[in-house]
Design a protein around this ligand. Structure first.
Ligand code: COS
Length: 382
């Protein structure tokens, strides 16, 4: 059940405390080791973070989109690697199943996803199908007993930990584009699946992305998610939701950076005055605040509309576009305000500067968000 306003605020405060006290002190360690410690994962599970968006009847918290973005604002205040650990369970790795799964599929997987026992991944992107996601080449051809899955997926978040993949594969090779694509719930246990090594990345160390290879994997018919040929639409609807989640995290990171900048500008003295007393610094802080506030309002509004049953394809793209670009500008100004300290590792600013760069790329690049926004505008005529 969606949380009422008081419970939501209470839960958000609990998550903020957890992030500040438990997660923030180990951010640098996580980046250095490229891993979130297992005891922290256990604490995140105990807090219910893996099951945020999973309906209560399956053991989750049953949060609404508004609840979820509220948690996103809080979790954004620490290294995005922590959020990434459970992000697929809350978003792109589970929501296809929540929205389109059969009662049997839900009963089989959702309780484990809610508890974090099952980690999920969303396998859409391929070497030749990034922004053009309808161009997937992975095939799943029905042979009378099973769908035989063949192909490779790329940059799949949490693939190295996942027990369950939502895989988009072409069931009808005759059909070009999205209409020949179907979605499947593929268990890691099936023979013929192999996972590549985690990629070395610019930022977000501790969060992992890997290739996933399917070598004639025999996928049983009960693994089909939704109807045959409708997998692309499943993926798009999952992403509508995921984009709001990412936008909320961008807002959280921006708020964290702003707080760090205000504290630093209040302490650091040059020319006998604190940085905060210089108007050029004040202007940068004010721009950060204004933009972060605008993004937050957009995310909350779009989340509420989604909860009310509106189609938010365009608004989710607007929010993701604006919030991800906004946090890039905020991170850039943060480096500038911190000066030399912003460029060295100890202060953590350069790490966040690198971490936020991916927000403009994954779950749809800024270019794709603009494409979607413009298309939806043409459809609606305004
Ligand atoms: N909800 C429901 N249906 C949707 C939809 C949505 N948000 N978006 C598209 N569809 C439907 C369309 O209505 C269309 O249906 P019909 O064939 O019945 O008309 C079908 O899906 C194909 O849509 P479209 O023609 O828009 O597909 P395109 O290939 O032209 O473009 C974009 C789709 C570019 C928007 C899509 O490929 C995209 O979002 N790319 C980015 C992918 C991405 O975010 N990747 C990140 C990796 S996942 S972490």
């Amino acid at each position: 059940m969606p949380l009422d306003a008081a419970t939501r605020a209470e839960f958000a405060a609990q998550v903020r405390r957890f992030a500040e006290e438990r997660l923030r002190p180990i951010e640098a360690l996580v980046a250095e080791n490229d891993a979130v410690p297992e005891d922290v994962i256990a604490d995140m599970k105990a807090l219910g973070l893996y099951g945020l968006s999973i309906p209560e009847e399956f053991g989750g918290l049953g949060c609404s989109m508004e609840d979820e973005v509220t948690v996103g604002f809080e979790l954004g205040r620490v290294s995005p690697a922590f959020r990434s650990a459970f992000g697929t369970n809350v978003g792109i790795g589970s929501q296809g199943l929540v929205m389109f799964g059969t009662p049997e599929q839900k009963a089989k997987y959702l309780p484990g996803i809610a508890s974090g026992e099952i980690v999920t991944s969303f396998a859409l992107t391929e070497p030749e199908a990034g922004s053009d996601s309808a161009a997937v080449r992975t095939t799943a051809i029905w042979d009378g007993q099973a769908y035989v899955m063949k192909g490779s997926k790329r940059y799949i978040t949490n693939a190295n930990k996942a027990q369950l993949f939502t895989v988009m594969a072409r069931t009808d090779p005759e059909k070009k584009g999205g209409s020949g694509v179907s979605a499947f719930l593929v268990s890691r246990e099936l023979a013929g699946i192999s996972i590549g090594k985690p990629e070395k990345k610019m930022g977000q160390q501790g969060a992992h992305i890997c290739d996933v290879n399917f070598d004639n994997v025999r996928v049983p018919p009960e693994a089909l998610l939704g109807k045959e040929g409708e997998g692309f639409k499943v993926a798009m609807q999952v992403l509508d939701r995921g984009r709001l989640h990412i936008a909320s995290v961008c807002v959280g990171v921006a708020e964290r950076l702003i707080a760090d900048c205000v504290a630093y500008a209040g302490e650091r003295k040059q020319f006998g005055q604190t940085l905060a007393s210089f108007q050029m610094i004040q202007a940068q802080l004010a721009d950060c605040k204004t933009e972060a506030y605008a993004a937050k309002c957009m995310v909350i509004d779009a989340a509420r509309r989604r909860d009310a049953g509106e189609n938010v394809t365009m608004l989710a793209s607007c929010a993701k576009l604006f919030a991800s670009e906004m946090v890039g500008r905020v991170a850039d100004r943060a480096v500038q305000i911190f000066g030399g300290a912003g460029y060295v590792a100890d202060y953590g600013i350069e790490r966040l500067y690198r971490d936020v760069r991916i927000f403009r790329i994954y779950e749809g690049t800024s270019e794709i968000q603009r494409t979607i926004i413009a298309r939806e505008m043409m459809k609606a005529g305004s």
